[in-house]
Design a protein around this ligand. Structure first.
Ligand code: FMN
Length: 343
């Protein structure tokens, strides 16, 4: 019988990341309640939603929520986005003053809002500017600075080897690569061959990211690329227990016993309540709707329940209706239905 793969580990500056299984930053999704939930399930690292470096946006309600790390367990890694080296350096300092222990630079986001101002993955077209931003941010703060990026701008312009070299030379502490280009947006399948090549080329820790949605896929992508850790975005939506399953699978070579339906339901309800607390009723109920949609997608009749829940505007009403639906499903299921346990 082959030996089980080892639990991945890496260091970011003074921080030992064990296991090197991370929640990827996702704007509008990986807020404090979701990061905490994923950590509780076993994510060894979680990065905040991106914060635009423009100081004019620092005091919006959205940014204030994104920069609220009070009571958060684990290392506080804050992602910043922008295109002006001095502004990015100032944003890094501002966030460190507000509690960031690691600064992550976003050069991976294809969103129009970000790319139109030549930030996010649009920066990949201008390698000199990439170098300037990386050096400016690394020199501006005493905390480790990491970089998250893609393979390049387009199929004809995959410059990740150059970007990785620039990152290493600038003193970047870890690199995360999403195996797509900017023009691919989220289409097609993530590609890992080039990430494996970059791993051979650099000495800094490397996260592999893109389409990792099961323990088996995490193990396969780690083996294929030789990366130091896996970073997971959409795969965690509606199933934060994925982190615990990956952790166990990488450590023991088999899945853990499944979570009971009751235990999973309790976590789901606690997540919804945490969002209500964090955002207040109006925004909390609306932010919770997309997570509820992802949770219910796994359940029969979940779609009808989701539509009904989308019409509820009060926090208590949303919570109580969801609790009743889950209780009803609990009579039918001993475990939460889970894609990687069925196949
Ligand atoms: C809704 C959404 C929001 C995202 N926001 C960010 C972001 O703020 N910063 C960032 O670096 N990447 C962002 N990403 C990209 C993810 O971090 C990740 O690289 C991408 O989804 C691929 O990984 P996955 O296949 O595991 O989801 C976002 C992705 C999604 C789907």
């Amino acid at each position: 019988m082959p030996a089980p793969p080892a639990l991945p580990a890496l260091n970011i500056g003074p921080y030992a990341v064990r296991p090197a299984v991370a929640l990827a930053p996702m704007a509008g999704i990986t807020d404090k309640p979701f990061r905490q939930l994923c950590r509780d399930f076993g994510a060894g690292w979680a990065v905040s939603e991106m914060i635009i470096s423009d100081p004019a946006l620092q005091h919006t309600r959205k940014t204030l929520h994104r920069t609220d790390h009070a009571g958060e367990s684990g290392v506080i890694a804050v992602q910043i986005a922008g295109s002006d080296p001095a502004q990015m350096a100032a944003a890094a300092q501002y966030n460190v003053a507000r509690g960031a222990q690691v600064i992550d630079i976003n050069m991976g986001c294809p969103a129009k809002k970000v790319c139109n101002v030549a930030a996010g993955s649009a920066l990949l077209q201008n390698e000199a500017l990439v170098g300037d931003i990386l050096r400016a941010v690394v020199q501006a703060v005493d905390v480790p600075v990491t970089l998250k990026t893609r393979l390049g701008w387009s199929d004809d312009h995959k410059n990740i080897r150059t970007i990785a070299r620039l990152a290493e030379d600038a003193g970047i502490a870890a690199l995360a690569i999403h195996g797509r280009t900017r023009t691919q947006m989220y289409r097609g399948a993530a590609e890992y061959d080039l990430i494996a090549e970059v791993k051979q080329q650099i000495r800094i820790p490397l996260w592999v990211n893109g389409d990792i949605n099961s323990p088996h896929k995490a193990a396969a992508v780690l083996a294929h690329t030789g990366a130091d850790g896996v970073m997971i975005g959409r795969g965690a939506q509606g199933q934060p227990w994925l982190f615990g399953d990956i952790r166990h699978y990488l450590q023991h070579g088999r899945l853990p016993a499944p979570l009971s339906f009751q235990a999973a339901s309790a976590q789901v309800l606690a997540h919804i309540a945490a969002m209500h607390d964090f955002y207040g009723e109006y925004t909390g109920v609306r932010t919770a709707r997309k997570h509820i949609g992802w949770y219910l997608a796994a359940l029969p009749d979940g779609d009808a329940a989701r539509r009904e829940l989308n019409g509820i505007d009060s926090a208590a009403g949303q919570y109580d209706r969801l609790a009743a639906f889950l209780q009803q499903c609990g009579q039918q299921y001993s475990h939460w239905p889970c894609a990687w346990r069925i196949s």
